[in-house]
Design a binder for this molecule. Structure first.
Ligand code: PMP
Length: 405
């Protein structure tokens, strides 16, 4: 990857503790933002800002055009059939909650079942538990192997005549496992069951095609793909979005309102109550443009190389335990590890003192931690701007921490 690209990210030239060059390896939590994204948002605030969809005046129309052009950029990015299928939300969490709540309300009764996996993020567990508390649904869970891969044989056995939906992550934010979502969708559809795919950790790293995957819903967050916080997307097949009720009530999502009867707006606005974050949608679109300008395939190749290199280098460290799939084929740019008896929090804190940002803890996946029999891990996760030198710095820093213990 061209080292010039790093200059697009001003934060990467910061010094930590006024001493160490920042080595930012917490990209699975959030990515840094290129100038192109921040400047486009600033420019819109300075020169265009007006509320969208409501005004007849020039600025409002320009802001609306920008917002709707961003929706088209997202449609292209996911290869959705229509912009009617692209709902702007606050992020993956809101997208999943929307499906659990609205699909749950319309399509699930007491005793009906959702299938999740043992490696889900809390957002894809607790959303369904809220529905469970409200409507008495049941949660079934696909187990994983010790290497952190889904047991597809067990998955097939979970279906019965009460199964209503499957909700799975495409990539584990802890193990880096890339799940075979196309196969998961195919099997679910054989049982007449729709699938929601959590794309929070896949969209930043490789090409996603919702038509090829044939998933029924797909969620992702802007901030994990070099875009701003506070914006994300729910893709839904029109047939499903038409069948489920709105999530929130308010402006934008209605056609007519009276105290007796309200009619809802067309897709996707039916799900977009209130003033949308139209500045953030511009930021997300510029982030997608940025990724496109480099090329998703080039990003994937670079990150795969980095992950391979990191797996090799980390494996040289005595007492190193790496979680998740051994084969790179099934693994994305996320590496969770534990070194000997050194507590992950101590490791993370000391790495930070050496200028290296990694994540520690349960990574919002407590059930997975329980399955692995641990409390937490250290997690290094890569983005397009990371380098082999940064992997070397991580390895050297871990070795230094080891010497301290
Ligand atoms: N799912 C997965 C797999 C994630 O990694 C995350 C973020 N850590 C989320 C969902 C939630 O994303 P957000 O906080 O952006 O809504």
């Amino acid at each position: 990857m061209n080292s010039e690209l790093r200059k697009d990210f001003p934060i990467l030239s910061r010094k930590i503790y006024d001493k160490y060059p920042l080595v930012y390896l917490d990209n699975a939590a959030t990515t840094q933002k290129p100038r192109q994204v921040v400047e486009a948002m600033t420019e819109e605030y300075y020169n265009v800002n007006a509320n969208v969809h409501r005004g007849v005046h020039f600025l409002s129309q320009q802001a609306t055009d920008l917002h709707e052009a961003s929706r088209e950029t997202v449609r292209r990015f996911l290869n959705a059939r229509s912009t009617r299928e692209i709902v702007f939300t606050r992020g993956t969490t809101e997208s999943i909650n929307l499906v659990a709540s609205c699909f749950g309300q319309a399509m699930m009764k007491e005793g009906d079942e959702v299938i999740l996996t043992e490696m889900e993020h809390h957002s894809n567990i607790v959303s369904w538990q809220l529905l469970q508390a409200r409507q008495g649904i049941r949660i079934r869970v696909i187990p994983i192997t010790d290497d952190g891969e889904l047991r597809l044989d067990e998955y097939e056995r979970l279906f019965n005549d009460r199964t209503r939906i499957v909700s799975v992550t495409q990539v584990s934010n802890v193990l880096g496992t890339v799940n075979p979502v196309k196969e998961i969708v195919r099997i679910a559809h054989e049982h007449g069951v729709p699938v929601l795919v959590d794309g929070a950790q896949s969209t930043p790293h490789f090409r996603v095609d919702v038509q090829d995957m044939d998933c029924d819903f797909f969620a992702f967050s802007g901030h994990k793909i070099y875009g701003p916080t506070g914006i994300g997307v729910l893709y839904g097949k029109e047939e499903w979005l038409d069948r489920i009720p709105p999530y929130m009530g308010g402006g934008e999502m209605i056609k007519t309102v009276s105290f007796d009867h309200t009619t809802f707006n067309d897709l996707p606005y039916k799900f977009e109550a209130g003033t949308p974050d139209y500045i953030a949608s511009t930021g997300l679109a510029r982030a997608i443009d940025y990724v496109d300008s480099i090329g998703m395939d080039a990003i994937e190749a670079h990150e795969k190389d980095l992950t391979r290199y990191a797996m090799e280098r980390l494996s040289e460290i005595p007492d190193m335990h790496i979680y998740g799939p051994r084969t790179l084929e099934h693994r994305d740019a996320v590496i969770s590890f534990q070194v000997g008896q050194i507590h992950h929090l101590d490791m993370g804190t000391l790495l930070d003192r050496l200028g290296i940002a990694v994540r520690t803890g349960h990574h919002c996946a407590e059930p997975l931690m329980r399955r692995l029999g641990i409390e937490g891990t250290c997690r290094a996760s890569f983005a397009l701007y990371n380098t082999r030198e940064e992997v070397d710095a991580l390895v050297a820093a871990i070795q230094r921490v080891q010497q301290m213990f």
